[in-house]
Design a binder for this molecule. Structure first.
Ligand code: F3S
Length: 398
């Protein structure tokens, strides 16, 4: 990879060890993936910041970088942490974990990373624009930004996203290039898609079958897609496979630049979602927790939950995870949900929280991504069902 004069100065260490470390990471990745140059980025989003994932070693690594004088040069955001920073006691998080988690957030904040603590930064002021180059690392945010918005980002790791934020640039390869954005598999969808769980189930099947190959989706069924539905589908695709971009005919901004007839790979036909529901859902009579908000819920989703709970009382725990901007925007819905006994949490999610301390063994969720990860990451059993079913069947509403 060719470095500019400015980048050569950075990597020489003349501008300090923090910038040298950042440039070294970008240079190494660029060489591995065949980048010829770097590209300036508009923003970075850093995942892997839960103390559950980082541990002491990860925290030490961050502290060292911060002590070397690392400062971000572009807007940089944090992915969810292992707890709601303000309501961790209500969640049941142990004090020792909470103090370590706060230290992680403070260390990143000292480098200038904003404590947005969300996997859906596109729901608020950090929404990128078409064509923006980014260095984002949360897989569901990456696929949303690439596909629904038409921004350009690879699926960075936490350290490489932070390096990009510190250097203000990333290596230009993969989804930053026109050739890296071409669809390679045609997916023909005949299965009925009625709600977010169906879209998530579709995403799960596409990811499982295509692994990391970029799909071009053509729908032969009537759909009324909205951003929350595409968010649910993309998150599942990125979880069961490692897809970072999808094109959907008539729906996503770059789809019309490709002709599905020219896609070489034999098409994948999806006529039923049954395989996905069988793989993701366990029949359970009762659950310890209903979890909605993976990826973080939008204000429209909060409104829908509030409409189901208006004037009623839950007897099962309900967590709705979202970000602080959405909570402010949808304060009326938040009030209704909490009056019914639900908890609207920000900054966190069940997958990155230390579930082992929380007495949760059975969960109902409408997220295919959550249903995919929770059994292995959190050792819980999961019912995967549409939002209404999660709340009306498992909420024990009075
Ligand atoms: Fe977000 Fe956690 Fe799901 S980070 S996408 S809510 S697993």
């Amino acid at each position: 990879m060719q470095l500019t004069a400015e980048e050569k100065v950075m990597i020489s260490g003349e501008k300090g060890p923090a910038l040298r470390r950042a440039m070294e990471i970008i240079f190494a990745l660029g060489n591995v993936y065949g980048a010829e140059e770097t590209v300036p980025i508009k923003s970075a989003q850093i995942s892997g910041i839960s103390y559950k994932n980082l541990g002491e070693e990860g925290l030490d690594f961050l502290k060292k970088w911060a002590s070397e004088g690392a400062r971000v040069q572009v807007p940089a955001m944090m992915n969810p942490a292992g707890m709601d920073l303000r309501r961790w006691k209500e969640m049941g998080i142990p004090e020792e974990f909470a103090h370590r988690q706060l230290e992680v957030v403070e260390t990143l904040a000292a480098m200038g990373v904003e404590p947005t603590l969300t996997c859906a930064p596109y729901l608020g002021k950090h929404r990128p624009s078409f064509g923006d180059h980014l260095a984002w690392s949360e897989s569901s945010a990456v696929i949303f930004a690439n596909s629904v918005i038409g921004a350009r980002t690879n699926r960075e790791g936490g350290p490489s996203a932070l390096a990009a934020a510190i250097a203000g640039r990333t290596a230009c390869y993969g989804f930053h290039t026109d050739s890296g954005r071409k669809p390679v598999s045609l997916v023909e969808v005949y299965a009925p898609l009625r709600n977010e769980a169906d879209f998530g189930a579709l995403g799960y099947l596409v990811g499982k079958k295509l692994k990391d190959r970029t799909p071009y989706l053509r729908f032969y069924v009537e759909i009324s897609p909205s951003e929350p539905l595409l968010k649910a589908m993309g998150a599942a695709m990125a979880a069961s496979g490692s897809i970072s971009l999808f094109h959907a005919e008539g729906l996503t901004p770059e789809a019309e630049t490709f002709s599905p007839e020219e896609i070489g790979e034999q098409s994948l036909v999806i006529s039923s979602l049954e395989e996905a529901f069988r793989a993701l859902s366990t029949p359970l009579e009762r659950v310890d927790l209903i979890w909605i908000g993976c990826p973080h819920a939008s204000s429209e989703e909060l409104e829908l939950i509030a409409s189901l709970l208006e004037g009623r009382r839950l007897s099962t725990r309900l967590w709705v995870t979202t970000n602080r901007e959405v909570v402010e925007k949808a304060s009326k819905s938040v009030e209704t949900i909490e009056e019914a006994g639900g908890l609207v949490l920000t900054d966190t999610c069940l997958v990155v929280a230390p579930v082992e301390f929380l007495g949760i063994k059975r969960v109902a969720t409408n997220s295919a991504k959550a249903a995919f990860y929770l059994p292995s990451w959190a050792k819980v059993r999961v019912v995967f069902a549409p939002l209404e079913e999660c709340i009306l069947k498992y909420g024990g509403l009075q």
